[in-house]
Write a new protein. Sequence first.
Length: 361
Amino acid sequence: MGDAAQSPRVLVVDDEIGFRELCADLLGEVGCMADSASNGQDALLMLEKEHYQAVLSDINMPIMDGISLLRLAKAKHPHMEIILMTAYGGLQTALDALRLGAYDYITKPFTRDVLLATMRRCLEKQRLAQELRSAQSELIHKEKLAALGSMAAWLAHRMRNPLNVILMCSQYLKTKLADSDENRQVAMAIEDKVQVLEKMTRDFIEFSRTYQPRLRPENLHSVLDGVLEAFESQSKIQNVALEKDFVSELPLVPLDRDLMEEVFANLIDNALEAMGGPGSMSVHTRRVPEGVKIDFSNTGSTIPEELKDRLFEPFFTTKERGTGLGLAIARRVVESHGGKISLITEPVTTFRIELPIPGPS
């Protein structure tokens, strides 16, 4: 059932120590990590400390029976599955337990094959349920993004005309004011803020786009070289060393050159801004079985772990003048290529892009 890092964790609950240890051993043979408890009360305490995919519990136990455990455990851990064990005389109780949310029951005495088959079905059902919840969550997320994009596009288009009028008026005022007139500074401040708002509207419109990349086989290193070259002057002024470590003999990568150039440029620009002064930045590529990984690493300030996942959310930003859309747009572009983008905070801040490369047909 998988390696230790991914093994299902099961709690066996029975007041007979020999029986629960036997069940735990049998489950361990097929890859489950099995713990044990002697009654429902002890089991509840263990459920508070560890995460279990399933519980295998006897019904008739002292202190707290299996039915009470079922009620309380399901209330706190609704996605955890519970299998009850019962003697033949307790069939009605077991059937009642199914109505309370138990996955199944098995009648004592039972064989090894019955136990393992029931547990396999139970864990498979939970795996499929988790995949369904993940798919539903992803669908809701995409629907929210679509709604957000529509709203952003509407807002951006409504803002553009008033902003153009304000900008033209401020520029007109500047032509009527002498350089020494303090009111000229007011006009320049208006113009500066309008330009900030214009950038926001451009980001809104960019975010609202439906990304349908025109994929063509491209030399990824040539694309990266072009973007890095565009930042050479800025990096020299800021005294930032731009380094590259490209894997040799990388096959052509299917991508939309224009879109990916924007993503790469955004990551480099963010890194230079984060450093704010001297430092170093590296771009590293390497071949993996699924495709290629591109790491953009910099010596800028460390991003707190609690902000790691939020950075890709639309409108979340730590910059005073930022819109919080740059990384959200980058993620949409990368995902439209069938890839993914992630942040690694140790040992240095690294944005990693993974792009697929199809194998020979």
